[in-house]
Design a protein around this ligand. Sequence first.
Ligand code: URA
Length: 433
Amino acid sequence: MRLYDIIEKKRDGFELSDEEIKFFIGGYVDGTVPEYQISALLMAIFFRGMNDREITTLTHTMMHSGDIVDLSEFGSVTVDKHSTGGVGDKTSLIVAPIVASLGGIMAKMSGRGLGHTGGTVDKLESIPGFDTGISSEAFLEQVRKVGVAVIGSTKNLAPADKKLYALRDVTATVNSIPLIASSIMSKKLAAGAHNIVLDVKIGSGAFLKDEEEGRLLAEKMVNIGKNSGRNIAAVITDMDRPLGFAVGNSVEVLEAVSVLKCEKIDDLYTVCKALASNLLSLCHGWSIEESEAKVDEVIKNGTALETFKNWISAQGGDISFVDEPSVLGKTDFEIEITAQQDGYISGMDAAMIGKTASVLGAGRETLDDVIDHTAGIILKKKTGDAVKKGEVIAVFLTSKEDKIETAKNMFASAVEFSTEKPKDKPLIYGIVK
Ligand code: URA
């Protein structure tokens, strides 16, 4: 078999056989096929696409390139969630304890933030003492005791995807539905949970900008999950503005706690409730209405907050921040950003707001950058809100004085004003099962 022939076949729009897909992934991982040929093949896939069989084979080949987590001792109630990435997305911090409070077993691997999007691992590491690198034995032991544990993805989880993703990143081939679907699902399947809910985000802060693309990606991933014997659903949610009001790391943890304390019932809770109730419905066979009622109950009666505290302290975290936020530390500067005119906020470029938070210290451009867990942005107003000239619309938290002007300009370019109230957009576009 020659890679040249495989590239030519895909370039001309033909489907690849299972053997050809295994040959190219195997050759790339073991270094017998040069990167320039894989790049050419990725570009051919980008333009020609893949059918469901090709996508499933690609997913399974990448999934089996490394370790497969064995959660079989927990039976059929293991759960996992995945977000395609957004700004202000702290849903895992809320969904995990809710679902664990209701009998789901959340043994989860998460990633770090990169570019404009945040990562659950960074958020958790803003809690003093929290260890995202515990051994697999300690991870499973904690799951047995508390029902929830979250660690950073291990190096050997779908290593073929890690290599391929890095190449896609520099060859302008990230935004391809078959490549995104197989990349995400190879990791989710290898992570071992039986019930999976995907949060497919669409809008200015997401990979995919429109609903049609989001629905197609959701359908492809749900198909792969079902073909692999998993219970799976995808919730298509809005990322045309940050989710919630906090963007950063410790600020997002605090916002998550305020939801768990039942202090805030807003867009963030609505998305968490949809994700959690779909997981519970898959996991226990409950109806969505029944699941939603139970989610409300564990938020209102404090059970989810208790589970959160148990989880955080089991993983070494100091939970005193739940009652005393200053434990998480503070930046040197708090800069108020005000509206330049009367009217309404008519749009927010969520990706640009994520990049602004990153410049303030909350994110990284390359995986080696060191982040400031206390930096970020607290939004005071969001799309659709009325504002008066001079009113505070956001607060920057940073210790990088030299970046404040740049951040102000970036933020100004991200927020649009109008004299008329913009039309409300849905927060949840639909659910694919
Ligand atoms: N997230 C992934 O893990 N892979 C992609 O291809 C896109 C987003």
